[in-house]
Design a protein around this ligand. Sequence first.
Ligand code: URA
Length: 187
Amino acid sequence: MQQTHLDQLATEIIEQNICPDLAAQATQLVMGSGNPNANILFIGEAPGKKEDEQGVPFIGAAGKFLDTMLAAAGMNRDDVYITNIVKYRPPNNRDPKPAEKAAFLPFLLKQIDIIQPKVIITLGRHSMEYFLPDQKIGHIHGQPRQIKLGGKDYTIIPLFHPAAALYNGSLRQTLLDDFVSVTESIN
Ligand code: URA
């Protein structure tokens, strides 16, 4: 059922011609993947090259580390749902523009409403800022925050972006520790 609603949402994005410049340069829309009934929803920033080619989020180097995080908590991709704020690859992997993030916001909120996760895990500063403006990720990573979205209560847990951990051993360990303790708190 949820998957049908997610498919309808993808069709709406295409029919409403959201971010036509991004769409024109992208191979395809990268809506999300995983289990639409999951307790955990990961939200990254935008698809990169591999994600654009294959239509699946987080399958490049950062995605491999995300798999390592899941394995450390005894989970895999079928236990979670993974998406991004912006659903087309920005050219040359540039940061999404504020207008592009704003254009995708209503669809992200609908996506959250369809999945109804117990916790939303934001990956990186950009995704965190969407839900927790004026916070610093270095201060609040791994700490749950309660917010209201469309009248419903959600728990947001900001984590560092897995790409940031690739070449930084201490950040890598922090991210693993944060994620394992997050999963212990919700299961
Ligand atoms: N980085 C992101 O934020 N999202 C992806 O899907 C891949 C890399």
